[in-house]
Design a protein around this ligand. Structure first.
Ligand SMILES: Cc1cc2nc3c(=O)[nH]c(=O)nc-3n(C[C@H](O)[C@H](O)[C@H](O)COP(=O)(O)OP(=O)(O)OC[C@H]3O[C@@H](n4cnc5c(N)ncnc54)[C@H](O)[C@@H]3O)c2cc1C
Length: 405
C-alpha cells in the first residue's frame, strides 16, 4: 500500500509538499482552515530564489517552474542602497554563475499556480485542524467541524501559529513568537510612468530605523514593502491611515520612493508585525508527526528565504519518505532524519536574517553611517559570500553519497 500523508496548511510549504508526495507515487490529503478564495490570496509579492526554484524544476515535470517563469519576473541585478539611493551592495546572477537568481511573483499568483498543480479533491478547505492521536499503525487527525482523517504520517505546514506544533507539545495553543521590533507595510503598484531605475530588478533602501524595498513581479507590476521600528501591536489610525503613515516615514527618501507611495491606494496597503522563533534544534516532531516551513522555523523576512526554506523542506521530507516506499523503513526514524538534516541550514537562515534585519533597522545616526560605509567599502565578492551558500542547494530525488537510508 502506498504511504498516505495528511498535510495541515495550504500555504507555500503545504501545497509544494502535496505535489512532491504525488510525484513520489504516494497518497496525500491537504487540509486548510481558510476557504479557497482566501487561501489563494496574500499581500504583495515574494522572492522564490534559485535554491527553491531548483525544487520546482524537479516537481510535476518542471511545469510549476515553467509557469513561475511565465507569470513572474526574473531576479536580476539588485541590492541595498542608502536612502539617498547610493548603491551600497549590488549583486547580480553572475556571482553564482547563473542567468537569474530565481523569480519574484505576486503571492496570489504563486498560490494559484501551486494549487492548480494538484488534482481536484486533494485540498480540503474550511478544515481547521484541532488535534491528532497516534495509533499502532497510523495517525488520526481531528478538525474543528468534527471531521476526521487517517494517514501514515502527519505534516504540520500550518505556519507561524502552528496548531500541530502546539499539540505536539501537549498545549492548547502555541507560545507567542518573538517580535522583531518592526512592522511591515506591503502591497504592489503598476510601473506606469514611475522613475524606476531600469538597471535593477529589485532594490532595498536603508534609512534610520526604517527601510523600503520594491521588486519586479512581472507584467509591469512591482511589489513593495516598508519596514519601520515600532512597538508590537500598533496600527496607523492615529496617522490617518497606512498611506499617510508611510509618507511620514519615507517622504525623506530619494525618488522613486515618495513617487511610488503617492500612487498607492489605502486599500492596497497591508500592515502586520514581524516575528520569528528561536530554532528548534535537531528534532521538530515526534512519532509519525513532523513540521515544515514556518511551523518549524519562522524567520524574519530579510533574506527572502522563509518560503524558500518551506519549499526545500517539502522536497527533502518527501525524498526521505520515498525511500521507505522503495526499501521499507521506520517512518518515525525517517522523519527524525529529515528534521536533523535540515536543522543546520534553517538555523543559518534564521541567524543571517536577524543579522541583516539588525543592520537594516539600525536607528542611530552613527550606526547608520557605519553600516552604509562598511557596505559601500566592502568588495562585492566579499558581500556575495554572505549569500552564496544559499544558492549552493542542489536537490535531487536520489540519495547523495554519505546519506543513509
Ligand atoms: C513581509 C514578509 C515578506 C516575506 N518575503 C519572503 C520572500 O520574498 N521569499 C520567501 O521565501 N519568504 C518570504 N517571506 C516568508 C514566507 O512568507 C513564509 O516563510 C512562508 O509563507 C511560509 O510558508 P508556510 O507554508 O510554512 O506557512 P504559511 O504560508 O503561513 O501557510 C500556513 C497555512 O496553514 C493554514 N493553517 C493555519 N492553521 C491551520 C489549522 N489549524 N488548520 C488548517 N490550516 C491551518 C493557514 O491558513 C495557511 O494557509 C516573507 C514573510 C513576510 C512576513
Amino acid at each position: 500500500m502506498a504511504l498516505k500523508a495528511i498535510i495541515i496548511g495550504g500555504g507555500i510549504g503545504g501545497l509544494t509538499c502535496a505535489r512532491a508526495f504525488l510525484d513520489a507515487g504516494m497518497q496525500v490529503e491537504l487540509y486548510e482552515k481558510r476557504d479557497l478564495d482566501s487561501m489563494l490570496s496574500g499581500p504583495g509579492g515574494i522572492f522564490i530564489q534559485r535554491n527553491a526554484m531548483r525544487v520546482y524544476e524537479l516537481l510535476w515535470q518542471g511545469k510549476i517552474q515553467k509557469q513561475l517563469y511565465q507569470q513572474g519576473a526574473k531576479i536580476l541585478s539588485g541590492g541595498f542602497f542608502s536612502k539617498q539611493a547610493k548603491p551600497l551592495y549590488i549583486n547580480a546572477p553572475e556571482f553564482v554563475k547563473l542567468e537569474d537568481l530565481g523569480i519574484c511573483i505576486l503571492r496570489p499568483e504563486l498560490q494559484r499556480i501551486l494549487y492548480n498543480a494538484l488534482p481536484e479533491g486533494t485540498v480540503r478547505n474550511k478544515a481547521a485542524f484541532t488535534d491528532f492521536s497516534e495509533t499502532s499503525d497510523g495517525i488520526r487527525v481531528s478538525f474543528a467541524d468534527g471531521r476526521e482523517a487517517w494517514g501514515d504520517v502527519l505534516i504540520g505546514a500550518d505556519g507561524l501559529y502552528s496548531q500541530v506544533r502546539a499539540r505536539l507539545n501537549g498545549n492548547e495553543k502555541i507560545a507567542a513568537p518573538v517580535y522583531s521590533g518592526m512592522c511591515c507595510w506591503r502591497g504592489w503598484f503598476s510601473q506606469n510612468n514611475l522613475p524606476l531605475d531600469q538597471r535593477y530588478s529589485w532594490g532595498e533602501f536603508w534609512g534610520r530605523g526604517n527601510r523600503f524595498g520594491y521588486f519586479d513581479v512581472g507584467s509591469g507590476r512591482f511589489a513593495f514593502y516598508g519596514f519601520s521600528n515600532t512597538p508590537a501591536g500598533g496600527n496607523d489610525r492615529t496617522m490617518g491611515g497606512a498611506k499617510k503613515a508611510m509618507q511620514a516615514i519615507f517622504s525623506s527618501y530619494a525618488q522613486p520612493i515618495p513617487a511610488i507611495i503617492e500612487t498607492l491606494s489605502e486599500e492596497g496597503i497591508y500592515r502586520d508585525d514581524i516575528f520569528d522563533r528561536e530554532p528548534l534544534g535537531m528534532q521538530w516532531g515526534r512519532g509519525r508527526v513532523t513540521l515544515i516551513g514556518d511551523a518549524a522555523h519562522p524567520v524574519q523576512p530579510n533574506l527572502g528565504q522563509g518560503g524558500c526554506m518551506a519549499i526545500e523542506d517539502a522536497f527533502e521530507l518527501v525524498k526521505l519518505l520515498r525511500i521507505r516506499a522503495e526499501k521499507g523503513g521506520d517512518i518515525p526514524a525517517l522523519l527524525r532524519q529529515f528534521e536533523a538534516s535540515r536543522s543546520k541550514r534553517v538555523a543559518q537562515v534564521f541567524t543571517v536574517s536577524r543579522q541583516v534585519g539588525g543592520l537594516g533597522q539600525t536607528d542611530s545616526a552613527f550606526g547608520c553611517f557605519l553600516r552604509d560605509s562598511i557596505y559601500w567599502l566592502t568588495p562585492t565578492w566579499l558581500g556575495d559570500l554572505q549569500f552564496k551558500w544559499l544558492f549552493d542547494y542542489q536537490p535531487q530525488w536520489g540519495l547523495e553519497d554519505g546519506e543513509k537510508s
